[in-house]
Ligand binder design. Structure first.
Ligand SMILES: O=C(O)CCC(=O)C(=O)O
Ligand SMILES: [Fe+2]
Length: 314
């Protein structure tokens, strides 16, 4: 059976990577820029360097990605600065991550996307350090490791957004990642909603499209309330959207609970794509049209444990 999931894969050659690295290092060496206070300046510097050095084919792919309907885009072999130790409490000195931040925000700018953060999560900061944090032990969180972080949408308890709105009130449209280290080789897994839905009978799809579910916020969320009377699947002009997190979704009627059980089974069987991110990899996916997960893993030594940098964008 063919898969609906569409992935655009790109890779820099070493020469391009080195030129980009040189330009960014020179542009950023004698200034202090923070990921939150100076996001726009980092984006401007990053976008300029990327525009100068990336091959036309990758620049085009970035420009058109939001319109192509690809679920996922990856770029491998981006520059890697000298990285500090993996932050075990979730936060690091962002001014020491300027080259990485310029690349990350610059790529989002070339994708015509707006990075954003919400003040009730991650201390309101743009960059989420996805790294094992002892405070998150036993929880299904991007700071967890020992528990499987099963199939989910990020912030599924918010309404779906559209163009030209304040993105903070809606489900984040895209999740973007830059990989600092992943010696443990833990994959980020992604599946297309269409591939899970294809395995369901019509009655189950109808039940999942009806407003019979309560969708709670994720563990990382400090305050927002659950979404009542929500549907898990919605049709949009771009295809089927889902809101889902096994840990926070319940059916409020027997029919909804039964449909939810069948959805869980379909997800167990759906064919997913595994992205084992390596240092210098960038990954972006459409949080409205895919689900993602990360299985439980045994983190390496604290200082060099798995570390991804995530930013929401819409
Ligand atoms: O650790 C990963 O690969 C993904 C974690 C995750 O679900 C997230 O950052 O939203
Ligand atoms: Fe997530």
């Amino acid at each position: 059976m063919s898969r609906a999931l569409r992935v655009a894969r790109h890779h820099l050659d070493d020469r391009t990577r080195d030129l980009l690295d040189k330009e960014l290092t020179a542009a950023l060496c004698d200034i202090t820029l923070d990921s939150d206070a100076h996001e726009a300046i980092l984006a401007r510097i990053g976008a300029h360097a990327l525009q100068t050095h990336l091959p036309g084919e990758i620049l085009q792919a970035l420009t058109f990605y939001p319109a192509t309907g690809s679920h996922v885009l990856t770029i491998g072999n981006l520059p890697q600065q000298e990285f500090p130790a993996t932050p075990r409490n979730g936060f690091t000195d962002e001014t020491a991550m300027a080259v990485t931040n310029a690349l990350h925000f610059g790529l989002l700018q070339l994708l015509s996307l707006t990075p954003f953060a919400v003040d009730y999560e991650n201390n309101g900061r743009y960059i989420r350090n996805v790294a094992p944090n002892p405070a998150a032990a036993g929880t299904t969180s991007s700071w967890g490791a020992d528990s499987e972080f099963f199939w989910h949408t990020d912030n599924p308890h918010l309404p779906f957004g559209g163009k030209g709105v304040d993105p903070r009130r809606y489900v984040p449209r895209y999740l973007s990642f830059y990989a600092v280290r992943n010696d443990e080789q833990v994959p980020t897994e992604v599946l297309a909603i269409e591939d899970a839905v294809a395995a369901l009978d019509d009655a189950t799809v109808q039940a999942l499209q009806s407003a019979q579910f309560l969708v709670g916020p994720p563990a990382s969320n400090d305050e927002t309330a659950p979404l009542p009377d929500a549907a898990l699947l919605e049709q949009s002009y771009e295809g089927t959207r889902a809101r889902y997190d096994r840990g926070t979704v319940t059916g409020t009627t027997p029919a909804a609970a039964a449909a939810l059980d069948r959805w869980v089974q379909a997800l167990e069987q759906a064919r997913a794509e595994e992205f084992v991110l390596t240092p210098g990899d960038f990954l972006i996916f459409d949080n409205y049209r895919v689900l993602h997960r990360r299985r439980a893993f045994q983190p390496g030594p604290t200082e060099t444990a798995r570390w991804l940098r995530r930013c929401y964008a819409s």
